[in-house]
Design a protein around this ligand. Structure first.
Ligand code: PRP
Length: 207
């Protein structure tokens, strides 16, 4: 499995604000959306292009366009929703699948409560969005569900990741690629990432 930690001064700065307990929900939402689009930008670096001829206002010229049939964002509800807004505004054609998973706080096991996928699956590139990769149970389950429905190309975008979760994904789905803004230190005994950012879903939605 490939794991990339995106190193960039803006990412570092935004992460510092995101981790801060005093950052209000409205700013937290903006930061998640920013980091979502930075991760998507990094993860889409190798998408194939094809050439086509167009006319500028002055002459004919050859330009390039994306040569992929479909790009699909697959946010893991709820927190993954927070990473969508800036990706969707810079690439409006992108489709959005929804994967409703919550982590049972007692067992730490993932439970699926909703799944809605677009029709075109096999020729699509899926970007699973989840701000937090903790034990890895939720993300591994999301990957499993997409694979069961025929997804062939899956990339995961996480804002922070715990080493335990990365190791779990490496074991369960060795072919996938993960982009993260930070690899954190460890999980505590409740399965929370340290130093972390708290519960992304609660901070995004004020619950
Ligand atoms: C959080 C987080 C991930 C998951 C990570 O979601 O957004 O989806 O936990 O934990 P894991 O790697 O140990 O599975 P949560 O279950 O709290 O749901 P929410 O987004 O609705 O708050």
């Amino acid at each position: 499995m490939a794991f990339y930690e995106v190193k960039h001064p803006l990412v570092a700065h935004k992460l510092g604000l995101l981790r801060d307990v005093n950052t209000p929900s409205s700013h937290f939402r903006e930061l998640c959306a920013d980091l979502g689009s930075i991760l998507f930008y990094e993860a889409s670096r190798k998408l194939p292009l094809r050439k086509k001829t167009i006319k500028t206002p002055l002459e004919e010229t050859e330009v390039e366009e994306l040569a992929v049939k479909n790009l699909i964002l697959a946010p893991v509800l709820r927190a993954g929703l927070g990473m969508i807004p800036h990706i969707k505004s810079s690439y409006p054609e992108i489709k959005v699948a929804h994967i409703g998973i919550f982590r049972n706080e007692d067992t730490l096991k993932p439970e699926l409560y909703y799944l809605k996928l677009p029709r075109e699956i096999e020729d699509s590139v899926f970007y699973i969005l989840d701000p937090m990769l903790a034990t890895g149970g939720s993300l591994a389950y999301a990957v499993e569900k997409l694979k069961e429905h025929g997804a062939k190309k899956i990339v995961c975008l996480c804002i922070i990741a715990a080493p335990e979760g990365v190791a779990y994904l490496e074991k369960s789905h060795p072919e996938i690629v993960i982009f993260a803004a930070a690899l954190d230190r460890e999980l505590n005994k409740h399965g929370f990432i340290l130093p972390g950012l708290g519960d992304a879903g609660d901070r995004l939605f004020g619950t």
